[in-house]
Each structure stands twice: as structure tokens, then as C-alpha cells.
Design a binder for this molecule. Structure first.
Ligand SMILES: C[S@@+](CC[C@H](N)C(=O)[O-])C[C@H]1O[C@@H](n2cnc3c(N)ncnc32)[C@H](O)[C@@H]1O
Length: 174
């Protein structure tokens, strides 16, 4: 298990998370882990990803269309095992509009780590979280500065906590 997976699993302990979204589900590793561990608590888990190439996120340039389709197909197949799972293929910059305000207890962002994406995603997804819910995301090991700058520009510094291993930033929505 990757360390940021552990960090999120530990974060979720003792939190009453019923409805959550993962922005950037990729190969559904995190999705499966969380649903396995917390399947008795979670009533809706929304796994979202573009599952395709994106001009803004060039690091996936070598992933073929077939491979993206396989990853998306795998996420869809998991809906047969986990009735709480809903899969949406699309950019986080657009699909937030599907949801009403104050819908989620937790939104986990692990997608494009560039400034503009992070700033827009925080701005668009935060209103979708209930009071006392959580907005959080993975901090990349390589070049975390840009992502952390977007977080601190969008959320008051005192309202953001970075975990001791530097894996996750978290914000409790007031
Ligand atoms: C690091 S991977 C996610 C890993 C996954 N959360 C896990 O822990 O197993 C990042 C994912 O973000 C997705 N992504 C990139 N830009 C996106 C966007 N604009 N909207 C939604 N997903 C995006 C990529 O397609 C990629 O699959």
C-alpha cells in the first residue's frame, strides 16, 4: 500500500464519513482500499477521473487510450462489488456541477497538481461539502510547492493542516 493511501485511511478513522468523492481515481487502488475498509459506513463513494489524456496534465502522455479505457472499465466493474460506488468519467473542472451544495462529508483531491487546476477545484468543490466535512488532498513528493501555494491561496493558512509525514493536506469546512 502506498503511504498516502495509509494516510487517508488513518485520517478517516473515527470520522463519520457517509458520502465522499475521490477526484482522480486512476486505477481505483484507493477506491478499493477505502471501500473494503469502510464499506459499512460509506453510503455513497463517487469515483471520478478523466480516464483519458488531458492537455493540462502531460505526465500521462505515454498512457494509451486502450489503457485508459481498461482503467475506466475496471472502475465501472467495481460497481458490481460495491453498491455504494458511483463512477463519473469527466474533468473535475466540469463535473462538480452535477452535485448540490453541502452534499459530501469528504472530498479527496488527487488529480492534476498544477496551480490553476488545484485552485479551481478547491473553489468549485468546497461548497459541495457539508459543514464539519473535509476537503483534503495528496501532497506530491516531487515539487509540492505549486500545489501548496494553490491551497494556501484558496484556504486560510490556519485552516489547513499538513499531516506529520507530509502526505496529506486537510481542511475542515466550517
Ligand atoms: C495520481 S492519479 C490518482 C491516484 C488515485 N487517487 C489512487 O490513490 O489510487 C491522478 C489521476 O488524476 C486524473 N486527472 C488528471 N486531471 C484530471 C481532471 N482535470 N479531472 C479529473 N481527473 C483528473 C488522471 O487521469 C489520473 O488518473
Amino acid at each position: 500500500m502506498e503511504t498516502h493511501h495509509n494516510a487517508l485511511i488513518n485520517f478517516m478513522k473515527d470520522k463519520d464519513i457517509k458520502t465522499m468523492a475521490e477526484v482522480g481515481a486512476a486505477m481505483s487502488k484507493m477506491t478499493e482500499l477505502i471501500l473494503n475498509i469502510y464499506k459499512h459506513c460509506i453510503t455513497q463513494y463517487w469515483a471520478t477521473d478523466i480516464w483519458g489524456w488531458n492537455e493540462a496534465n502531460k505526465i500521462y502522455i505515454n498512457v494509451s487510450k486502450t489503457e485508459w479505457d481498461i482503467r475506466y472499465f475496471h472502475a465501472c466493474q467495481l460497481m458490481c462489488c460495491y453498491p455504494q460506488l458511483r463512477v463519473i468519467k469527466g474533468s473535475a473542472l466540469e463535473i462538480f456541477e452535477i452535485f448540490p451544495e453541502s452534499f459530501f462529508n469528504l472530498v479527496y483531491i488527487d488529480a492534476d497538481h498544477h496551480y490553476d487546476f488545484m485552485a479551481s477545484t478547491i473553489k468549485n468543490w468546497r461548497p459541495l461539502i457539508k459543514t464539519d466535512g473535509f476537503l483534503l488532498g495528496k501532497i506530491p513528493r516531487k515539487k509540492p510547492e505549486e500545489l501548496l501555494r494553490a491551497v494556501s491561496d484558496c484556504i486560510k493558512e490556519t485552516d489547513v493542516i499538513i499531516d506529520q509525514d507530509g502526505q496529506l493536506w486537510t481542511h475542515r469546512v466550517q
